[in-house]
Write a new protein. Structure first.
Lengths: 526, 139
């Protein structure tokens, strides 16, 4: 084993949280020696598949959203994946393991939680309140927005006032405008999304040219991924990033962490002494490392929250855009976001209009895939379909969790299993949301509406497995992300969420990481 | 496997209509033959094709059968072969959906999304007139 020189702070994971944390701490406490260990590597934009004729099938192999699918593809991957046993999970987890984390292949929809999401116990008697409010986090959101670059429009009545967005909204497309007419006709709220995608050049990155497949990486870097936003600045600030370095253990002696052990890409084990260990490996990776290290207490891995996804597809006589425009971002409706007890459940849903996928993705997900009727359906759908997605709030449940299994994977960490069931409440929210999505599409003029209840291959959002709180029996960290049992181990990612709201969490993960960095900087430098 | 058999399998899965070319016309059967020649996963695919031939009374009989009979054969194998049939579907659809003739038939371009991208009309804030009149929704 190689024993490295000590650092002040070691960060595990170079995704959204690790990048935002590292950059912020390097500004707030410039004398600290900060080292980030990342199991994966950099991804070069010029190697992404959107410039190739076979780009559609890239999503079936090396650029599949699921790490299990990428592993099954069998070739050495760009993403440094580990298998996840998801056979006991109603939702299949998705992630990218490399510098940039899942911002490499995300849709970059960048909404904030609502203020009510921080107070679900107080307002609705479910979940748990966050240890701070929306308004406490607001300045960090503003800072995170400036770093990532947000296209959008201030003034959305679904939110407290926000500063002017960095750039104007992205084009809605005929698809977005068509569904917006449906929302308007029903008197429902809609607004152009906040997107972490440049509608004009921003911070040295080019504008989006609406090519479509954001989920196989952005060759123009118009989509904000933290390898292109936070990391270059963090590195200039002196943060050291070691890719291809798999952290295998947090070393703890008498209640205090002394550092981590990691394997480099040559398989050499290193001991890395550090004063603070910051874990930012997402809701599965973070829980796996904490569990493997015996850190965090009995709540580690529990209360896993996804955002269950469903939706409806409308088929229109008129021609829409086809697979053009940034995949996941156009407009959304928060008409049904807040609690209305008359619906038979508390908390709510987001309706989100997504662009048409590639012909291949559409063909593979269609209800008919081969034969004469399938060909007819293909002609009818392509360039004529619109998808209204339904993203529902998923409240924390102790038995929805990440557990270790009794074998060791090739990365020398224990294997991991997801145990997750959809609650009856989540199912009610899904059903309600699918009915509303279908209603909007019909009102927008769809000739045919196909309800799509519960899409299991949509586990992008991995939240809650090292949640903040005050009771070590039910939470893992305090409000500053510090583990109750080993206070110099800090969690900085989506694992901290006590509840998850019904919006995409990337914006909140980034803001939270900035706050955690400031909390540490205040203690270290005063 | 004969070229005629592979083409017939592909065209049963992807028949021509008044807009779309058949799978074989789009080059899918040639791509399938190449896949069977070189790819490491070819054995399971070969087995499912052999099962189709066997269920159809042999390659020649399958080729000679009418469409309804071929579809019935394929449906039976789909029910029995599971993942291997799925592999066949994914493979032929990938080749078909990337074929220039297919994309052009659907009014789409065949070159990749980048570097050209696509033109979309800029956001028109006037569309929000009604939405802007909404009272505060957040709690």
């Amino acid at each position: 084993m190689v024993r490295n020189d000590p650092v002040d702070v070691v960060v595990v994971g170079a995704g959204m949280a690790g990048a935002a944390f590292s950059k912020r701490l390097s500004e707030r406490a410039p004398r600290l020696r900060i080292l980030c260990l990342e199991r994966g590597d950099w991804v070069r934009p010029d190697g992404m598949p959107a410039t190739r004729r076979d780009w559609q099938r890239a999503g079936l192999g090396a650029w599949a959203l699921s790490p299990n699918e990428r592993l099954a593809h069998g070739e050495p991957g760009l993403s440094a994946d580990y298998p996840i046993d998801d056979t006991s999970s109603a939702i299949k987890p998705l992630m990218w393991n490399g510098v940039g984390g899942s911002t490499i292949n995300w849709g970059a929809h960048f909404p904030r939680l609502h203020p009510s999401d921080f107070r679900t116990r107080t307002l609705d008697g479910v979940g748990d309140d966050w240890p701070f409010s929306y308004f406490d986090l607001e300045p960090y959101h503003d800072a995170n927005d400036a770093e990532m670059g947000v296209s959008g429009l201030a003034g959305d009545p679904a939110y407290p006032p926000k500063p002017a967005r960095s750039m104007p909204p992205l084009p809605l497309g005929r698809l977005g405008e068509t569904v917006a007419r449906g929302f308007d006709a029903l008197g429902w709220h809609w607004w152009p999304v906040d997107a972490a995608i440049n509608s004009m050049p921003y911070d040295g990155r080019r504008a989006c040219n609406h090519c479509g497949p954001c989920l196989i990486g952005c060759v123009r870097q118009a989509k904000a991924s933290v390898d292109a936003t936070y990391w270059p600045k963090a590195l200039r600030n002196g943060v050291e990033l070691r890719p291809r370095s798999v952290t295998t253990e947090i070393v703890v002696q008498t209640g205090r962490a002394t550092g981590v052990r990691y394997d480099d890409d040559a398989g050499v084990e290193h001991e890395q002494p550090a004063g603070w260990i910051v874990v930012a490996g997402n809701g599965i990776g973070t829980a796996r490392l904490l569990l493997a290290s015996g850190v965090g207490g009995e709540a580690v891995g529990r209360n896993l929250m996804f955002h269950p996804v469903a939706g409806a597809m409308g088929v229109f006589a008129e021609e829409l855009d086809g697979p053009a425009g940034p995949a996941a971002v156009s407009i959304y409706s928060h008409e049904f976001y807040e609690t209305d007890p008359s619906r038979g459940f508390v908390r709510g849903v987001q309706l989100q209009v997504a662009r048409e996928p590639s012909l291949l993705t559409q063909a593979l997900s269609a209800p008919l895939r081969w034969g004469r009727d399938a060909q007819q359906l293909r002609r009818r759908l392509f360039r004529h379909s619109a998808f209204v997605g339904v993203l529902v709030e998923d409240l924390p449940e102790r038995d929805n969790r990440i557990v270790l299994v009794d074998h060791v994977e090739t990365d020398r960490l224990p294997g991991v299993r997801v145990e997750y069931r959809l609650s009856e409440d989540s199912q009610r929210r899904i059903q309600f949301g699918v009915e509303r999505a279908s209603e909007a599409l019909r009102e927008a003029g769809a000739e045919l509406v196909i309800p799509l209840p519960h899409l299991p291959e949509a586990g992008w959002h991995l939240l809650g497995t090292a949640r903040m709180g005050t009771d070590p029996r039910t939470s893992v960290t305090d409000a500053r992300g510090r583990c109750h049992d080993v206070p110099n181990v800090i969690v900085a990612d989506g694992s901290l969420f006590p509840t998850g709201g019904a919006v995409n969490p990337g914006s909140t993960i980034g803001a939270l990481a900035l706050k955690v960095a400031d909390d540490l900087a205040r203690e270290v430098v005063g | 496997m004969t070229e005629a058999f592979l083409s017939t399998v592909v065209d049963t899965l992807l028949p021509a209509d008044d807009v779309l070319p058949s799978g074989s016309a789009a080059g899918v059967s040639q791509a399938l033959a190449e896949y069977l020649r070189v790819h490491r996963d070819r054995e399971s695919l070969g087995r499912v094709l052999a099962a189709i031939a066997a269920r159809g009374g042999g390659e020649a009989a399958f080729v000679a059968a009418d469409e309804a009979a071929r579809v019935a054969t394929m449906q039976a194998i789909e029910g029995e072969a599971g993942a291997a049939f799925e592999q066949l579907i994914v493979l032929v659809l990938a080749d078909y959906c990337e074929a220039e003739r297919v994309l052009h038939a659907l009014g789409w371009r065949a070159d990749p999304p980048q570097p050209r991208g696509f033109e979309l009309a800029s956001f028109d804030e006037a569309l929000l007139a009604k939405a802007k009149r909404r009272a505060r929704l957040w709690r």
